[in-house]
Design a protein. Structure first.
Length: 421
């Protein structure tokens, strides 16, 4: 279970795009010489990124007309392994795409602080916290990523429930699930935890309804109390939901990407904790379920006094490698990749919520509108605050919990030890 960041937008590509837009050999994928910038990511070969890349290149060319830009789209499932090899050798691309949170923070020593370069963009872009460490910024966000709870309004109507008023408490959620199961024969949640991603979605999607506001804020700040009854409750409910048959069958053998999403979109479950940008969200669900049939809810209140909110952070962002030959030039490439025109194109084509606060989602339907409305009151996602190592441990123990191989107390003990290491 390697490299779980999930603030994933999991767009897998293996083509290499050069500055002029044609394919090139990956032999030239290390740091550019004078007059050349090399960018590594996993998304530039995807068709939904074509306009985005073109506009970013055009913006950069206006400032640096004699510089060549080479995009190298690596396969996502090998991305951080390949990047690790580059870091170990001390040479590689100039500009690097990261998932926000642990994946970036664990590699911050290999990146240049960007504070002096991106200062003009601080007020325009949101999601910076996921790309910072020890008070310094190491990457600029291009998307916001979070975990709204999507639900199929058709099933609510069939069960005699009000599709416009999703459950606000856990008891109401359980009651609605029972009614939907009786009327439509489908379980409450589509779940995929084969890669260990399901627990990350659960923690961040449901956490604001379980932890107290004070516990939530302290968790994000690094003051995590793994002995808290509410933390234990988060994992106990994860296990209980599966034990009571509220999940689709076989979550430990179901891949989140894209099998669990396919089940939800195919009408095999009433709801699913998904993503708010790129894949696994409203952009792909709208044309399948119908935009008016796709609802969004916040976490139901499990603990009295909890304050449900949208969990989101900067989703993915570009940083600059410490070994780059021209830091200012590479940082200018990052600024072009986060320019308004480029981010507006990506938002439209890929269905992302852009980090640029001046970009509005068009044709996203009620679900995108509901998500956008919650951003101002949203909070950072709980799982993103954890290191990549602890996320790996959480993926493993979450599978063992579903399989009945360990207790909740044993799981929490392992996670506490990893988090303190």
């Amino acid at each position: 279970m390697k490299q779980r960041a999930l603030w994933l937008a999991v767009l897998i590509g293996s083509l290499v795009l050069t500055g002029c837009g044609s394919a090139s050999s990956k032999k030239s994928s290390t740091s550019g010489s004078a007059g050349k910038i090399v960018v590594w990511d996993w998304k530039s070969s995807d068709k939904t990124a074509t306009n985005y890349v073109a506009k970013a290149k055009a913006d950069f060319a206006k400032k640096h007309p004699g510089t060549t830009v080479e995009f190298v789209a690596q396969p996502f499932d090998q991305y951080y392994t390949l990047l690790g090899a580059a870091i170990q050798s001390g040479k590689g691309p100039d500009v690097i795409l990261f998932n926000g949170g642990g994946q970036l923070r664990d590699r911050a020593d290999s990146l240049l602080p960007l504070d002096e370069y991106v200062a003009p963009d601080k007020s325009r872009l949101a999601g910076w916290d996921a790309f910072g460490k020890d008070g310094k910024i190491y990457a600029a966000p291009i998307t916001l990523q979070g975990h709204p709870i999507y639900y199929n309004k058709t099933f609510y109507a069939k069960a005699g429930l009000d599709p416009g008023k999703p459950p606000a408490t856990w008891d109401a959620m359980i009651s609605a699930c029972a009614a939907i199961k009786k009327a439509a024969g489908v379980p409450c949640f589509s779940q995929g935890n084969k890669e260990g991603y399901g627990i990350q979605f659960w923690m961040s999607g449901m956490g604001s309804g379980i932890l107290s506001p004070d516990e939530y804020d302290k968790w994000i700040a690094g003051e995590r109390n793994w002995n808290s009854p509410n933390v234990r409750k988060l994992f106990a409910l994860w296990q209980e939901v599966n034990d009571k048959g509220l999940n689709t069958t076989g979550p430990n053998s179901t891949a989140m990407f894209m099998d669990a999403f396919t089940k939800f979109e195919g009408g095999k479950a009433a709801s699913m904790i998904g993503l708010m940008s790129d894949v696994g969200g409203w952009h792909e669900m709208n044309p399948i379920l119908g935009a008016d049939n796709l609802g969004v809810m916040l976490a139901p209140v499990v603990t009295a006094g909890a304050a449900p909110s949208l969990a989101y952070d900067g989703g993915v962002g570009y940083g600059v490698a410490k070994w780059t030959k021209d830091p200012a030039l590479a940082a200018d490439m990052v600024r072009s990749l986060t320019s308004t025109d480029a981010l507006a194109a990506y938002s439209t084509d890929a269905g992302s919520i852009a980090s640029d606060t001046t970009v509005t989602v068009t044709d996203g339907g009620p679900a995108a509108a509901a998500i956008s409305a919650e951003i101002k009151d949203g909070k950072p996602a709980l799982h993103v605050a954890l290191s990549a190592k602890t996320q790996d441990v959480m993926g493993r123990v979450s599978q063992q919990l579903l399989a009945g191989e360990i207790t909740v107390d044993q799981a929490v003990k392992q996670l506490a030890a990893s988090d303190k290491a």
